[in-house]
Ligand binder design. Structure first.
Ligand code: BGC
Length: 737
């Protein structure tokens, strides 16, 4: 250890201010182009992002051969659900879809497989996982999160970090993870991406810190700050959050990177700085080590140091954090990762993606129409809807479709299986006929302004303004065609949802209803008296209230990756007993948000006069083709362990996610009605009972006081265990601690 420190201290002592400033820079190659990137490499830029292949190798070579100190440069990429900016790589379900698995082992395997593929490209660093909570699904980046709950996000995030980083960062297949975005970024007011988060530091500690604390404890090597601000203080300039909380209190020992061009944003968007001099100084003083994409930082910080406005020791400290991580990667000996040749998009990784897709399907309603067993009752299936055969919608955000890097074309690359293809595969083997119709587009504009009951009357009952007439009639012709195909079928599977223009940065939504004519399509189809299954292939919980009312079954598939369509088809035909559980609640209507399960108890019971109190589907929910019973719940105070018996009451083997919640009955500040405190996936044969033990940690019982200290207050606690966060699904015991 001492040797490592000497090497780095010695190196820093030789560096000029210019070299230190360059080391703190991360240059976006996709924006500046290679000519400029080469110049930055010669200046000794510490990192580049969004570059692959020979160009990356060239920049790496320049840093090692054409700079004075020959410090290797590091490459970063957003491999957030697989190494998806590379078109040949394995594409896993989105983080939100993965979270439906509640499966830590699987998430770790996804991390490991992604790391192997990223490393095989030579790259050492992914900007993943997101540990922000999506408590208001209007937020465009909901799909990138593990959902609404801190405990689930922390557990799955830790698993992912382990998968990326492995045992030792110098291994050929280990890459740096990046816990982002620090902190409370998902909680921006009104779910408007990057906006101010109007909450206190007490709330930050109580609700949003836990997954990040776990990331530090898991050894996560890098952290990314957030675009937004906390109570008016931009996170990029937030010394209290970055130095105080992350570095000093949590003991983070890796390096912190800003988000994209956030130093510039201090001037242009957030307007807390006059110029680059001030913005660069604030960013460095606050505790950012690496500056992503604000290239003006270089000149500005050099001038600030030379003018005596900031101590050079700030730069020394930042550079030390960066170089220490580079040394842990063994970059002086292995400047680029080796990975495993042939592993990009290999069969083994595709198999993990398929398993992940299977884990990510959540069955939300079923009045008995599913599973479809064979051709006796169902001879012909109509597959309808804009997302039934659209691989771009199935993939969602952060793939080569949405974030192309130079040289990668945007045409879909096989293999993948859409829902239509998945249904056809299985149906054919059972002698069931499948027909398909597009149905309508996923369009942001809502052409439909009227109310209607059936197709012929529909046109007359609508008011359409002149601007919208032509597209409306086109959409209507799709709906009509779908209805005429579906009416002769025995089952309709209608796949609605959103597309990648409605997800991600800049794409928050004010209205979570399925856009365009999608609800109209469902209404029309529901008049045909054919059993109907609605599948939502979307980046987030959409409002499925009407779809659920009009359908016999509802399936949530989020963005299932390469094999998302196959997994849903397997559920429809009963080849797969659904085992996914919601990591996020589904609102009844948009105005009901936020509707996360762990609300405070309230005087007016949280009810609106025009909307039920409960969400349409709650956190933790998910049906299967069997049923589970819970009994004999016990809590051992000494070991803080919950035990409960779980029985599979049905006729099929299944996987249940046993969930444990805790409620602090009386606390000196308000606490949630319940908080997830543990979970365990158990496989149970038909009729089998298993005793499940889940150990809880101190956080399950702790509360953050107004002075920001965290304590466990003595008193009564309710310990609940069961199938979902809904009271009716939980059994409970009350204990005094
Ligand atoms: C996003 C980050 C991402 C970065 C680099 C930003 O716009 O907020 O999550 O890692 O870009 O692509």
């Amino acid at each position: 250890m001492a040797k490592k420190k000497d090497f780095i201290d010695e190196l820093i002592s030789q560096m000029t201010v210019e070299e230190k400033a360059a080391q703190m820079l991360q240059v976006p190659v996709s924006v500046v182009g290679m000519d400029e990137a080469r110049k930055w490499a010669r200046k000794g830029a510490g990192s580049f992002l969004n570059v692959l292949g020979e160009e990356m190798e060239e920049l790496s070579r320049i840093s090692r051969e054409e700079t004075r100190l020959k410090i290797p440069t590091i490459f970063g990429i957003d491999a957030v659900h697989g190494h998806c900016l590379n078109k040949d790589a394995t594409i896993f379900p989105s983080q939100l879809a993965m979270a439906c698995s509640w499966n830590k082992d699987l998430v770790e395997q996804i991390g490991k497989a992604t790391a192997t593929e990223v490393a095989t490209e030579g790259i050492q660093w992914t900007f993943s996982p997101i540990l922000c909570l999506a408590r208001d699904p209007r937020w465009g980046r909901t799909n990138e999160t593990f959902g609404e709950d801190k405990y689930l996000s922390g557990e799955l995030g830790t698993a992912m970090i382990k998968g990326y980083q492995g045992e030792d960062l110098s291994d050929d297949t280990a890459i740096l993870a990046c816990a982002k975005h620090f902190i409370a970024y998902g909680e921006a007011t009104g779910a408007r991406d990057s906006y101010d988060t109007e909450i206190t530091m007490r709330k930050v500690r109580d609700e949003f810190l836990s997954p990040f604390r776990k990331a530090v404890d898991a050894g996560c090597a890098t952290f990314m700050t957030a675009y937004g601000s906390l109570d008016g203080v931009p996170l990029t300039a937030n010394e209290k959050a970055l130095r105080g909380l992350l570095r000093d209190e949590l003991g983070f020992d890796g390096f912190v990177v800003t988000d994209w061009d956030t130093v510039n944003a201090l001037i242009r968007r957030q307007k807390v700085c006059e110029d680059h001099g001030e913005a660069s100084r604030l960013a460095a003083q606050a505790g950012n080590d690496m500056i992503m994409a604000t290239l003006e930082f270089y000149d500005a910080i050099i001038k600030q140091v030379k003018a005596g406005k900031i101590k050079e020791s700030y730069l020394d400290e930042a550079v030390k954090h960066i170089l220490t991580v580079k040394l842990r990667l063994n970059m002086w000996k292995k400047p680029l990762k080796k990975g495993v040749p042939g592993s990009i998009g290999c069969k083994a990784h595709h198999n993990i993606s398929l398993e992940a897709a299977r884990d990510s399907v959540v069955l939300l309603k079923n009045n008995g129409v599913l599973p479809v067993r064979g051709a006796t009752k169902v001879k012909k299936i109509a597959v309808i809807g804009p997302n039934a055969d659209d691989i771009r919608a199935q993939y969602g955000d952060w793939t080569y479709f949405t974030h192309p890097v130079p040289g990668i074309e945007k045409e879909p690359v096989r293999p993948y299986v859409t829902l239509l293809e998945g249904i056809k595969d299985i149906a054919e083997s059972k002698g069931i006929e499948v027909c398909y119709s597009y149905g309508c587009s996923v369009n942001r504009k809502d052409y439909f302004k009227g109310n209607f009951a059936g197709i012929p009357e529909f046109m007359e009952q609508c008011y359409i303004d002149n601007d919208h007439k032509a597209p409306f009639y086109k959409e209507m012709s799709y709906v009509n065609e779908a209805a005429s195909i579906a009416k002769s079928c025995d089952l309709i599977v209608v796949a609605i949802g959103d597309n990648y223009n409605q997800a991600g940065e800049y794409n928050d939504r004010a209205d979570l209803k399925p856009s365009g004519m999608q609800e109209a399509l469902i209404r029309v189809l529901s008049t045909l008296n054919v059993p109907m299954v609605t599948v939502s292939i979307a980046s987030k919980p959409l409002i499925l209230t009407e779809a659920a009312e009009k359908s016999d079954a509802v399936i949530c598939a989020f963005n299932g990756g390469m094999y998302g369509g196959q997994a849903v088809a397997e559920v429809i035909f009963g080849k797969l007993n659904p085992r996914g559980r919601l990591p996020i609640s589904f609102p009844v209507m948009t105005g009901q948000v936020p509707v996360y399960y762990n609300q405070f108890p309230g005087w007016h019971e949280g009810r609106y006069v025009d909307c039920p109190e409960q969400p349409l589907y709650a956190f933790g929910e998910g049906l299967s083709y069997t049923r589970y019973d819970y009994s004999d719940l016990k809590f051992n105070k000494k070991t803080k362990t919950v035990t409960v018996n779980v029985t599979n009451k049905g006729k099929r083997k299944g996987i249940e996610v046993v969930q444990v919640y805790v409620n602090d009955v009386v606390s000196s500040v308000m606490t949630a009605v319940k908080n997830l405190a543990g979970f365990e996936r158990v496989e149970l044969d038909a009729g089998q009972t298993k005793k499940v033990s889940i150990k809880l940690d101190d956080e399950a019982f702790s509360v953050v006081l107004p002075d920001e200290t965290t304590v466990i207050e003595p008193g009564k606690f309710e310990i609940m265990a069961g199938h979902s966060s809904k009271d009716k699904d939980l059994i409970k015991v009350t204990v005094t601690l």
